[in-house]
Design a protein around this ligand. Structure first.
Ligand code: ZN
Length: 255
């Protein structure tokens, strides 16, 4: 075993110890935890579906309002792709920790439902979820599996009741974040003795501010993410291998 993997093993053991000794552990997850499930991180270059269009230009609330067809042309294949994906072992480890009473909940930037599919019960989706879509005119709600049946000849999902355009319940660019989820995320980050950050580069608001909240309330921050984050130097534990391998090793070390 080389020095590097020795360090890695010690970091995993340190994290296991932190979690065993903590009263409140909260997970914070981003796109990186869903990459092993086949969902590309749209901020990473070279990810096919996302490469040709700037998501900030199309997945924007103003585009949805002005040109719902342009929005859905971009979003419909993405929506279909996301609804088939399955959780991986990293999602499963977090669900298992919650089931054992070792994890209070998961705050996630992901809209893909994979934490819920893996069995996590307390999931705070700060960017919304594809689980439901809503009519922007009358508020009628539609489960994810029914949306494909709502498209008109133009390629816009429309409410069968009032004909209004239907929008996924995800936060688009230019939209406010869901207040209840944000408040719950702040409360959990404040209460956390350990904030376990997985697969997030911790650069996008509001998630970017959560580790600092945990730290100023006296908690510790652990980061399990490939690639740099703004908190790397202050983190109590830093793992940057494969998220699935790292979380499986963590579960084994917790015992
Ligand atoms: Zn309607």
């Amino acid at each position: 075993m080389g020095t590097e993997s020795g360090t890695h093993t010690r970091e995993v053991e340190r994290l296991a110890e932190l979690i065993r000794g903590a009263e409140t552990v909260v997970a914070l997850t981003g796109a990186g935890i869903s990459v092993p499930s086949g969902i590309p991180d749209f901020r990473s270059p070279g990810t096919g579906l996302w490469e040709t269009v700037d998501p900030m230009e199309v997945a924007h609330i103003e585009v949805f309002r002005r040109e719902p067809k342009r929005f859905w042309d971009y979003y419909r294949p993405r929506f279909g792709m996301l609804s088939d994906k399955q959780p991986n072992s990293a999602h499963a480890v977090l669900a298992e920790l919650e089931a054992r009473g070792l994890l209070a909940g998961v705050i996630t930037q992901n809209i893909d439902r994979l934490h819920r599919k893996a069995g996590s019960r307390r999931v705070i989706e700060v960017h919304g979820t594809i689980e439901t879509s809503s009519c922007v005119d009358c508020g009628a709600s539609f489960p994810v599996d029914s949306v494909e049946g709502l498209f008109d000849g133009e390629g816009v999902a429309r409410c069968p009741g009032c004909g209004g355009p239907v929008k996924p319940d995800v936060v688009l660019f230019g939209e406010l974040l869901p207040e209840r989820a944000i408040n719950e995320a702040y409360a959990l980050a404040t209460a956390a003795d350990v904030l376990l950050c997985v697969g997030s580069s911790l650069e996008v608001h509001p998630v970017a501010g959560l580790p600092a909240i945990t730290q100023s309330a006296g908690g510790k921050v652990a980061i399990v993410t490939k690639g740099p984050t703004p908190y790397d130097h202050e983190a109590d534990v830093r793992l940057d291998g494969d998220v699935v391998e790292d979380l499986e090793a963590l579960l084994a070390a917790i015992g």
